[in-house]
Design a protein around this ligand. Structure first.
Ligand code: C2E
Ligand code: MG
Ligand code: MG
Length: 727
């Protein structure tokens, strides 16, 4: 214990008792003044200590000896705000060293007696101090509790009109509810909110909202809060993260409303919190999966198009940055795939992806995989063609080293089409078309090189453009035909129906898949007559299967699925045409399922949904195709007139791995159970192996489609499948 040195002159024999008492007080004051939380001056503070010193001094000499005054002196220290623990220690040190010296008089008490008394006085003083401190803390707590109670009953009065209803809602709500005053002190929370924060009531109630800052808070969150407590806004709604007591993060949809008293003065804030943590994780995951290539981990076509769109669009004030695009297609990749197998092909693609990525790592640069062996590098760090040509050179150099797989040295080469230019002049589709055409020029010039885009060469090319112009006559000339792929019940393997998939038998290019021409037909509007033709054909086909089906004697359960494009959805005659087609063929509406992609319905309003609703009411099934790729809001499903979810192939692919990624599994299970709880059947696409089929059956999927059962084929193949089924 540090005790100040004895003042000069010591306890002079010549001073009177009062002088000596004052000098004791001076020493005491010097010792503890630095650790008190007082606004007094040192002299004023010593004025408070003087009566305490007198108590001690008198008690030291009193007959009979009594320690009670020392207890009061201890309590007096607390009253003088000397509540720092150090203050007591230092005081005891001062008493121990100086009390006998300055206050002891030789009036019959021996030195030993005085020392013994002094020790007991110190104990008493410590006891008095501790008691007073405890009392004070309790009093403080009580006063806090009282004011909280007062505030709460005021809140209850303010809410009086709807009191009982509010209570019921408050206590029973599945949503977290809390009430705070305008200083942010949390007065009331319901059980749901406590649970959301980890179940420890004290963590939320009694805390202050201003403590709940999270690094991911948007800047507007606290601005809205300030506006609300100042009474400048009635409500705000944000997505906000919080730390739970255990440090994990809780994401909420938060709605805060201002409660005013009868005079209209702001009084409380009412917060409604919905826990969206799980949903957010699922969304992030779905969003990630929807925007990244599963094999290489690179951004996929979707994400690339988002970036390309930004890069080729002029800024909001018309500013035109430049962009550069390298479109890469590997030379001879198909040969590697065919001769060495897909797994070698896949590993090669992964290595290529890594090498490409190392060529474009700066800000404003990205590498993506468009599919198959097609990659792109996009940059906004360019001042002209030379910069992007430099990037293309780097890419060719990065590819030039051999790639070792399974002890084999493989050589990869690529052909690149390079486009460079100012933003604001071309659409993303035009830019990509130009890059694609240019890449083909590099390939036909022998490959392992890049070419720069050239508008004249673009004009001569007959890729997309050529197909687009040939489309209308193709329909007239009957160049389209339909293949059917069976849909199978997962539980017993029986055929449930078939999906109609259109193909184009092109006079020069051979059979083209729908991915090549459906987007073009969409762009040009030809999709409407083409789609109507597919519907007619498919419905007619379904009817003839039924008539030929010996098992059902004519009115069998065999159904047909037909894909609808977004444009068809918007077409005013959709319902009328469909009814007409069904009636002409004599097919029951219940035997038709129309497939609509999830992305076509994202953000769909009632007007768009109305025709689908009408069809659904007639008994036509509506399926949500490629579900899981559009990262739409799962909660929206309820609003849509769909009865079937078709899980995208990417999920099925996940069921192929050994062991299956537990998160993948959870996601699929989650979607299936959500779908079932909304009374939707779940169909899975792209089932290629027995293992996938078994897993998906276990998870509870209803029907499946994929090469494992059958590839798309001629209509009579379905018929024989059904016949086999019947036997
Ligand atoms: P979709 O509706 O999702 O059709 C399923 C696609 O997956 C078909 O490709 C099918 O051949 C393919 N597929 C089926 N099983 C497997 C499998 O086990 N593994 C793999 N890797 N693929 C499998 P397809 O025929 O190329 O059709 C592509 C897309 O074109 C269709 O996707 C559909 O969105 C669209 N489409 C096809 N026909 C039409 C049509 O008549 N009208 C419209 N608007 N779109 C159509
Ligand atoms: Mg489909
Ligand atoms: Mg699909």
């Amino acid at each position: 214990m540090k005790v100040p040195s004895q003042p000069s002159g010591s306890a002079g024999e010549t001073d009177g008792p009062e002088d000596r008492l004052r000098r004791f007080v001076t020493i005491w004051g010097r010792a503890i003044f630095p650790v008190t939380a007082t606004s007094l001056t040192r002299a004023e503070f010593e004025g408070h200590l003087l009566p305490l010193a007198r108590l001690l001094c008198d008690a030291l000499l009193a007959r009979p000896f009594d320690t009670a005054p020392a207890q009061r002196a201890g309590a007096g220290l607390v009253d003088a705000h000397c509540t720092d623990p150090d203050a007591l220690g230092r005081s005891l040190g001062v008493v121990d060293s100086y009390l006998v010296l300055y206050c002891g008089r030789d009036d019959g008490l021996g030195g030993e007696d005085l020392r013994a008394r002094c020790a007991r006085l110190q104990h008493a003083m410590a006891t008095g101090y501790a008691q007073a401190l405890r009392e004070r803390t309790r009093a403080e707590q009580e006063s806090i509790a009282r004011s909280a109670l007062a505030a709460r009953s005021a809140a209850e009065i303010a809410l009086h009109a709807t009191e009982s209803r509010f209570r019921a809602v408050f206590d029973g709500a599945a949503i977290g509810i809390g009430i705070a005053d305008l200083d942010g002190r949390v007065l009331e929370v319901n059980n749901t909110l406590t649970r959301m924060f980890g179940g420890v009531e004290g963590h939320v109630r009694g805390s202050n909202i201003s403590e709940w800052v999270h690094p991911e808070d948007g800047p507007h969150v606290w601005r809205l809060y300030d506006e609300l407590v100042r009474g400048e806004r009635e409500q705000y709604r944000v997505e906000k993260p919080y730390y739970r007591g255990d440090g994990t993060v809780l994401w909420t949809n938060l709605t805060v409303s201002l409660l005013r008293d009868a005079e209209g003065e702001p009084q409380y804030q009412l917060a409604l919190m919905e826990d969206v943590t799980e949903r957010r994780l699922l969304h992030l995951r779905l969003r990630y999966e929807a925007t990244h290539d599963a094999l290489t981990g690179l951004p996929n076509r979707t994400l690339f198009f988002e970036r390309l769109e930004k890069a080729v669009t002029a800024g909001p004030n018309g500013e035109k940055g430049r962009f550069g695009l390298c479109y890469l297609d590997l030379d001879g990749f198909k040969a590697i795939n065919d001769s060495l197998g897909h797994s070698v092909g896949d590993r090669l693609l992964v290595e290529v992806a890594d090498r490409l990525q190392s060529c474009a790592t700066g800000p404003g640069e990205m590498v993506a995989r468009l599919g198959g062996d097609e990659f792109v590098a996009l940059t906004t760090r360019t001042d002209g063609e030379r910069d992007v040509a430099g990037l293309a050179d780097r890419i060719l150099a990065a590819l030039s080293g051999p790639i070792g797989i399974d002890g084999r040295e493989l050589t990869v080469r690529g052909s690149l089409g390079v486009v460079e230019g100012p933003a604001g002049e071309r659409t993303p589709a035009e830019v990509l078309r130009s890059a694609d055409i240019t890449m083909y020029r590099a390939k036909s010039a022998g490959g392992n090189r890049f070419e720069l885009a050239d508008p004249e060469a673009d004009a001569r090319a007959i890729t997309r453009h050529g197909l687009t112009t040939a489309l209308p006559t193709a329909l007239e000339r009957g160049e389209f035909f339909i293949e059917y792929q069976p849909l199978v019940h997962l539980d017993d393997g029986s055929v449930h129906g078939a999906e109609a998939l259109v193909r184009w038998s092109h006079p020069q290019h051979g059979v083209l898949g729908p991915d090549r021409f459906i987007p073009l037909a969409e762009d040009t509007g030809l999709i409407v007559p083409l789609g109507r033709w597919v519907l007619q054909e498919a419905v007619r086909q379904a009817r003839s299967w039924q008539l030929e089906n010996p098992r059902t004697g004519g009115a069998g359960p065999l159904r047909v699925n037909v894909n609808l494009s977004p444009t068809q959805l918007h077409h005013p005659r959709l319902v009328a045409d469909t009814v007409d087609v069904l009636e002409r063929a004599g097919l029951d509406p219940g035997a038709l399922c129309l497939e609509v992609t999830e992305s076509a319905l994202i953000g769909a309003d009632e007007d768009l949904l109305k025709p689908l609703r009408q069809l659904a009411e007639m008994g036509v099934d509506i399926a949500l195709d490629d579900f899981g790729t559009g990262y739409s809001n799962l909660a929206n499903l309820r609003r849509l007139p769909v009865s079937v979810l078709k899980l995208d192939r990417s999920f099925t692919r996940g069921m192929q791995q050994h062991p299956v990624d537990p998160v993948d599994l959870k996601i699929v299970e989650g979607i299936v159970s959500l779908a079932h709880s909304l009374e939707l059947a779940v169909t899975v696409e792209g089932v290629e192996t027995a293992a996938q089929a078994a897993r998906l059956r276990e998870i509870g999927c209803d029907t499946a489609q994929g090469w494992y059962y059958a590839r798309p084929g001629a209509p009579d193949r379905i018929h024989s499948l059904v016949l086999a089924d019947a036997v």
